[in-house]
Design a protein around this ligand. Sequence first.
Ligand code: ADP
Ligand code: MG
Ligand code: MG
Length: 880
Amino acid sequence: MPKYVYDFTEGNKDLKDLLGGKGANLAEMTNLGLPVPPGFTITTEACRSFLAEGALPEGLEEQLSRHLAALERRMGRRLGQSDDPLLVSVRSGAKFSMPGMMETVLNIGLNDESVRGLAKQAGGNERFAWDSYRRLIQMFGKTVQGIDSELFDEALERLKAGRSDLDLQAADFQGLVETYKEIIRAETGEDFPADPYRQLRMAVEAVFASWNAPRAVLYRRQERIPADLGTAVNVCSMVFGNCGMDSGTGVAFTRDPGSGQQGVYGDYLQNAQGEDVVAGIRNTMPLQELEHLDKHSYDELMRIMEKLENHYRDLCDIEFTVERGRLWMLQTRVGKRTAAAAFRIAVQLVDQGLIDLDEAVTRVTGDQLAQLMFPRFDGGAEKKRIATGMNASPGAAVGRAVFCSERAVELAAAGEAVILVRRETNPDDLAGMIAAHGVLTSRGGKTSHAAVVARGMGKTCVCGAEELEVSAEERRFTAPGGVVVAEGDLISIDGSSGEVFLGEVPVVPSPVVEYFEGAPVGGDELVAAVHRIMSHADAVRRLDVRANADTGEDAARARRFGARGIGLCRTEHMFLGDRRRLVEDLVLAGGDEERERALAALEPLQRADFTEIFRAMDGLPVTVRLIDPPLHEFLPDYTELSVKVALAGDRASDGDRRLLAAVKRLHEQNPMLGLRGVRLGLVVPGLFAMQVRAIAAAAKAVPGTRAEIMIPLVGAVQELECVREEAAGILAEAGVEAAVGTMIEVPRAALTAGRIAEAAEFFSFGTNDLTQMAWGFSRDDVEAAFFSRYLELGVFGVSPFETLDRDGVGRLVRIAVEEGRRTRPDLGLGICGEHGGDPDSIHFCHEVGLDYVSCSPFRVPVARLEAGRAALTCAGSDTR
Ligand code: ADP
Ligand code: MG
Ligand code: MG
């Protein structure tokens, strides 16, 4: 028979899977000798069984009664005993804290008799007893019976009629109990259960069942919490903060979760119970004032908080209650904190000798570092906040409000910064979103279309700012307090906090970016903390970090940010702008001679580009990818050109006619799967050879260069062999050494990697294409069309373009790594898809044993940090 119930004395903080976070930590505090009201925890296993069977598992009731009886003996009173009742709280508590589940019912055990016993227990304090009773009915009705809480709140407000809750007397609360009972009768058709054991049992079952409440299910999907964990239930004997002004309840942090500043932070509320502190029923007082009210409790609290910090070796948050001068601890956990606080605290703890630098690196995340790198609104500037929505995609954006996509595009084309404001966005808004500096919506959550697309584009977004009334027809929105913002008015949005401001708030660059750019560490505590953690991450990581960079300027920035090479230098960007004409000449070339002339014109330009990049990287490896996109991408738009030629009629130039014919000839139904990459190299004679010659010449011009030539879109070793032979000849002739390798981005390449490695000195995983081809969808088409729906449905917890899909695409990567290395043990292995900058994907790359990740220059610091964290936390870190 499984053990379903653990006394607080039996558990510990490492049993979160079984006891939930709250239960595990209550046990830990109990065992530390801290004053925790006695109680016990019913395990998540019991919950899982309840959810599977639809009934409490066999043996649970017997164990429950045994633990309850022991608790009653210990407390010297029985649950709900009419003359001297024991009361308990029933508290949910999963492994991960989860809003959306049933929370807590306090004061279980009260009924029309025991309420009088409670008053007697409290020295005749009738007001306290009736207040506790009405709270029980209210919480029970709301959380166990699912009655709309407004009904109870409204009744209370009517009773208060403007008075403070402190002005209410025993008789008021007694009357309220009757009103609340009426509500329960009206809503459920039954009386409020007077039997204390029935109350307890119903509450326990309701907590279990709430695991599958729609809100909880949705929350888990969004946060990628497994659906089958179940929740624990904590039954805890009651202590009372609501029995007079010498009692109260509070919350506190062992240091400031906003800034990381050392020192105790918290709020306290006299004569109050449970959530009153956070519910804002009265103004709370800063915790420091407790020192004057009740020095003894305050000093003890300080001692306990110090003990908790030293024990957990981290910032803790706590809930506590003072009952007539006696302090009780009701909850603790390692507390949430801002990104800046995370870095500061990690380093402070190292200095205090509580953790070492290895651990400090694991205490911060790449996402937190990325947050610190966004430009921010000047903290000192005066701001007028008009609304707060969800912080959907970080950054600080200032611009003119526009209410439709067309206007956004127009104004942006005229050089204006704009913020696209919509009730919610849909695929038609895409052009406007691209044109805008930021996106603001009044509806939808963090997985709404606006949020998903904005995050994908790295664009600042605040969504679901429900206080705003957006009218696209009238081209304006209104905010509370009669504020009206019309088209063209300036607004500022903070995607990191979700705030919306009127007017232009000045933006300052992040000091952390200035540090990465080379500014000295100086006296800034945050920058100093980032510096120490980054230095250590660099020291421990096994993965190298390279950057995707196509220009000398990007390459130089990437180096400053710590990249040790370029993992992807795209050559097609070098064919844009004025050089388009040269590509047109190439496409239109009538014969070998014309084509060679066109290529000859391109060659010196390419050579100059490569020379600039090789110089910037100064001997670090540079992987140059030969041209990848289909040639028609460099030609004019088919429709536009047709119209032009048609309008010109007889006067249309011969060049335009030929161009139109070429565009028509090259048109493809699915360009992504068409004539591109290595296929292009094999059908356009001389194209790849020209690029290789340019690389060889540039490498010669910059001594010490380590060029690597990368062939895109290879699916068969034969393709690679053809190109490789030609390249080898050119390199030998030029007397230049360069590795030749391939992208692995077509599933067939991954599946035949053992063969491909015979012709490739290195593989670089192009996980953007590999993801598209493995899933069989085109990113440009699907992201806006149905990704938000797929996220809602939980088909995936996160877009596979953001985080590498380990099960599918990751499997292809594993196969290629294993089979490639079997053929060629010194095969170089890297990744150059956008996943190279994504934390979870970087951990995967570490696990499968790649040599490096390559990402956009701006993500390089994030990748360095995550590579360090992966080395410290991942299993299988020594696959080589
Ligand atoms: P949450 O997970 O929402 O924090 P809790 O289970 O911690 O829910 O309970 C809600 C409130 O009730 C908290 O303020 C908590 O401190 C208080 N509380 C819970 N159990 C007791 C108890 N046995 N005695 C007094 N207050 C309690
Ligand atoms: Mg709590
Ligand atoms: Mg590709």
